[in-house]
Design a protein around this ligand. Structure first.
Ligand code: FRU
Length: 444
């Protein structure tokens, strides 16, 4: 049976066969979400980069429908974007049917190429590069419509003198002819700040549409917040980190999301190159991005999308509870494989919360203010005495969200046990909420 391999994530997208890395061209078009992905159709390792393609009504249940963009004279098809050209600025659309226009990097000629579709199934490439090579290795175009200026914006990664990672910004009226506008500089060489796979978008602060900021992030999810006038990004805050886990890379957000949410999926670098799996690597769950004001300044949070609730099969337990060292395990003899935990805990000053998820321990040490799992540690201070945690557990590991998404700690570790438990040491801990659900697989 397809998708039933021992290490196949059950609610994380992975290709039927072959390798995947970055998500590409994420877009809502003609009633469906489209996820393209860096695909090696011919092996479990990186290579032969091709854009694989899957569609979904809810970003959770994906149907893989065959590769969309194949290597050509410009080289293998490296990462990029897709946009819906609603005003038909490109002329690729038909009356009443706007085109989806995709940008990728041809990784031999090192230039940004263009392809389009008017049915989401058949793709045609423009016969010349949309943007000529800017410098060796320039890649990963992100394109979006800048409404206040009535034009398109592209940015992509380019290495400058001294190995300085930079983002080149360009503009266009028709998606075909591009002019350079500005460059944003990142780190040098091994300092991978602003290295590869840019994403760039505007978000309201604290949900207030009259107060917005632009977010520029790159492949390792380190991000900057600032302002943008259609040509130049001016950061107010740089090198912000919201991802404290392991194996999260090259995330992208959907364009044209119908409810106006900014939703991100990244490459989850899972330990799946083992045994007789037909595939290797996967994507994360979809997460909504928001900006909130914190005592340290404006920060981005990641919140698992509400569509994930459709995966709930049964409630293992729910509601408030108070635990001490002597308490019985509130999960009892529960046996389940796919899980969602939601908790708001108020730990005593020196107590520790141990959440054993099928043999993998998530530990919160209140005295140290530290959350740890499988060797990953992050300082996570209580908020008004509380720790909020949401955890999703699949075969390939955990995705942990702390303090309402201010910290995202993915843990790529294959887990195979079925028993879970929750216990407290060093005192007491009251939980305002301790909800645990068993989930269904997303593959039909
Ligand atoms: C990031 C990356 C991109 C590139 C792609 C190639 O993981 O190196 O910069 O476009 O992967 O597969």
């Amino acid at each position: 049976k397809l998708y039933s391999e021992a290490l196949r994530g059950q609610f994380h997208f992975s290709p039927q066969r072959g390798w995947t890395n970055d998500p590409n061209g994420m877009c809502f078009y003609q009633g469906q979400y489209h996820l393209f992905f860096q695909h090696n159709p011919y092996g479990r390792g990186w290579g032969n980069m091709t854009w694989g393609h899957a569609v979904s009504k809810d970003m959770i249940h994906w149907k893989e429908i065959g590769d969309a963009l194949h290597p050509d004279g410009y080289g293998p098809m490296f990462s990029g974007t897709a946009v819906v050209d609603s005003n038909n600025t490109s002329g690729f659309g038909k009356p009443g049917t706007p085109a989806m226009v995709m940008f990728f990097t041809g990784a031999k000629a090192w230039c940004q190429g263009l392809a389009w579709t008017t049915d989401g199934m058949y793709f045609q490439k423009m016969d010349h590069a949309a943007v000529p090579r800017v410098r060796t290795d320039n890649r990963d175009p992100k394109v979006f419509w800048y409404a206040p200026g009535n034009h398109w914006v592209m940015l992509f990664w380019v290495e400058q003198e001294g190995g300085q990672h930079s983002m080149q910004f360009l503009r266009s009226d028709n998606l075909k002819d591009w002019t350079k506008t500005s460059i944003v500089r990142g780190g040098v060489k091994d300092d991978r700040y602003l290295h590869e796979c840019p994403d760039f978008f505007e978000l309201p602060v604290d949900g207030n549409p009259a107060n917005t900021r632009w977010v520029l992030s790159a492949a390792n999810s380190v991000y900057a917040i600032g302002s943008f006038d259609g040509k130049t990004f001016r950061p107010d805050a740089e090198r912000l980190v919201g991802q404290v886990g392991r194996g999260y890379y090259a995330a992208q957000t959907f364009s044209n999301e119908p409810t106006g949410r900014r939703i991100e999926i990244g490459w989850w670098q899972t330990a799946t190159d083992k045994g007789d799996m037909a595939f290797n690597q996967s994507m994360t769950i979809p997460m909504e991005l928001k900006l909130i004001t914190t005592p340290e300044g404006i920060r981005m949070v990641r919140i698992p999308v509400k569509e994930l609730e459709t995966l709930r099969r049964r409630t293992i337990r729910s509601g408030a509870i108070s635990l001490s060292e002597k308490s019985d395990d509130p999960l009892g003899e529960t046996q389940a494989e796919l899980l969602e935990f939601r908790m708001v805990a108020t730990p005593g000053k020196s107590s520790a919360i141990h959440i054993d998820i099928r043999g993998l321990e998530v530990l919160y040490d209140a005295a140290a203010g530290e959350l740890s799992c499988d060797g990953i540690k992050a300082k996570i201070p209580l908020q008004q005495g509380n720790l909020q945690l949401t955890v999703y557990a699949d075969r390939t590991g955990l995705e942990i969200f702390a303090n309402n998404g201010l910290y995202y700690m993915p843990v790529n570790k294959n887990i195979s046990g079925t028993k879970s438990s929750i216990s407290v040491t060093g005192g007491k801990c009251s939980f305002k909420q301790l909800d645990v659900f068993e989930l269904k697989a997303a593959w039909e």
